[in-house]
Design a protein around this ligand. Structure first.
Ligand code: EPU
Length: 430
């Protein structure tokens, strides 16, 4: 078993550099399947979900070459549309659903396992299916797979999403990029990585307008070339470091960010009493004393991101009063509360609403990461707590945070990644 052992209480100082955005990389890598030339993708985060996505496109026939730590070259010319990656590989991450849009758009047919990913509630794909069907595909969910097929080719359409779904918006863009005519997505999601995917495709020759607004227009082009593209910095990784620096009463510089993308978070953290100094591509974070009680409601971008809700709750645990946190995106994203309670947090949950009573201090405890952001929140809590915490099931965390131990150590944190024999391997004590 591998776990993080963290001795908390040290204020984080110094500087940390943010990597490429996980959720942009997980869409741009499958988007390369739409291209006819080699794509060189830069600022790719070194995380397990990206490794799995690269493995899946290799199984589909793409050639993947790691040029260096954060640069990958993808040659999709060997992809034919016949291959199917292993079922367990596809179901291990959420973003495998992007193979549907990419393969359908390129070859008119796709077979992909129903996606997995974090257990944070029901994660339907009906809006993806609605989009593909509007473009003329037949879609069927059978035996754990989604089959999409368009025997006569896709045709442009006007699609009204019922939910501003990030995944459905990107999937429809992927399917429509090579589809003749003008496809319009209304009520589209507006997250920065949707803009990044559109920018990537446009740089390869696509004609996509309006990404970042709720109406996106995609004029299908005949072909997409290869080229070089650099992924935007990860706003959620940056937000997690904001929470960690603030929770420890630290003062540190977060580099390689787009300040505009952080405003949806910094606005709320400022209400809590965290201080910021903004630069062109960096932000200084500092905090001391107790945080102010603050209500939070997660919303689609530019609202407060659901992916930062657990980390923000840690600061509210250390605040001077009672805060109400409403999760409006996912229906089961408070499971981590039981773990925070082991550290002395005082939180009650009713459905999608949590009531957080601030306490003066958290204390170290043995705890478990239950999903990616829940795990990140436990790391933040452990860094702030008095004493030692041991966090199990860190594979959830390593799906989405690159070089977490190295980066936190660079900020002065006392954290180690420790491997111990599994229970069954432990010598029996007679
Ligand atoms: N929804 C539907 N039907 C659909 C699609 C979504 O009902 O067809 C519902 C979902 O059940 C959910 C809400 O709409 O309640 C939002 O889902 P959305 O499609 O926007 O999210 P997603 O594509 O499943 C991506 C990120 C998540 C992030 C959300 C929201 C990836 C791979 N995942 O998920 O990232 O929380 O958008 O911003 O891009 C994470 O990084 O920790 C993470 C969970």
């Amino acid at each position: 078993m591998t776990k993080f052992v963290i001795s908390g209480g040290t204020p984080l100082t110094g500087e940390v550099s943010i990597g490429g955005m996980k959720n942009a990389a997980l869409a741009i890598i499958p988007a390369t399947l739409l291209c006819k030339g080699v794509c060189r993708i830069e600022n790719v985060p070194k995380i397990n979900d990206v490794t799995i996505m690269l493995g899946m496109i290799e199984k589909l026939g793409a050639k993947v070459r790691l040029v260096d730590d954060c640069v990958v070259e993808i040659d999709p010319t060997g992809v034919t549309g016949d291959a199917v990656p292993p079922y367990d590989m596809m179901r291990s991450i959420r973003a495998s659903y992007y193979l549907l849009g990419a393969m359908l758009g390129r070859f008119g047919t796709a077979k992909v396992a129903l996606p997995g990913g974090c257990n944070i509630g029901v994660r339907a794909i009906d809006q993806h299916v609605k989009g593909f069907e509007a473009l003329g595909a037949n879609v069927e969910v059978k035996n754990g797979f989604v089959f999409a097929d368009s025997p006569v080719g896709l045709s442009a359409s006007h699609i009204y999403l019922d939910i501003a779904s990030v995944g459905a918006t990107i999937n429809i863009i992927l399917a429509a990029a090579l589809t003749p005519g003008l496809t319009i997505i209304e009520s589209a999601a507006k997250e920065p990585h949707i803009v990044d995917v559109a920018n990537f495709l446009n740089s390869m020759g696509a004609d996509i307008m309006g990404a970042g607004t709720d109406v996106i227009k995609i004029r299908g082009v005949e072909t997409l070339a290869g080229g070089t593209y650099s992924i935007i910095p990860d706003q959620i990784e940056a937000g997690t470091y904001i929470a960690a620096i603030a929770a420890t009463g630290g003062n540190a510089l977060i580099k390689n960010i787009i300040p505009k993308h952080l405003e949806c978070m910094t606005a709320k953290f400022s209400e809590m009493g965290v201080e910021f100094e903004e630069f062109d591509d960096a932000i200084r974070v500092s905090a001391n004393g107790r945080f102010k009680k603050t209500n939070i409601k997660t919303l689609p971008y530019p609202g407060f991101p659901t992916d930062m809700q657990p980390q923000a709750v840690v600061l509210l645990c250390l605040s001077d009063g009672t805060s109400i946190v409403t999760e409006s995106i996912f229906d089961n994203r408070f499971r981590y509360v039981t773990e925070l309670s082991r550290m002395g947090a005082n939180i009650s949950v009713d459905g999608r609403v949590a009531v957080v009573e601030g306490v003066p201090k958290l204390t170290g405890a043995p705890i478990k990461a239950l999903d990616l952001r829940a795990g990140a929140a436990l790391v933040v809590a452990a860094l702030a707590a008095n004493g030692i915490s041991e966090i199990e099931d860190i594979h959830h965390i390593e799906r989405g945070y690159e070089m977490l131990v190295e980066k936190l150590r660079g900020l002065g944190a006392n954290i180690a990644r420790v491997s111990t024999p599994d229970a069954e391997e432990l010598p029996k004590v007679l």
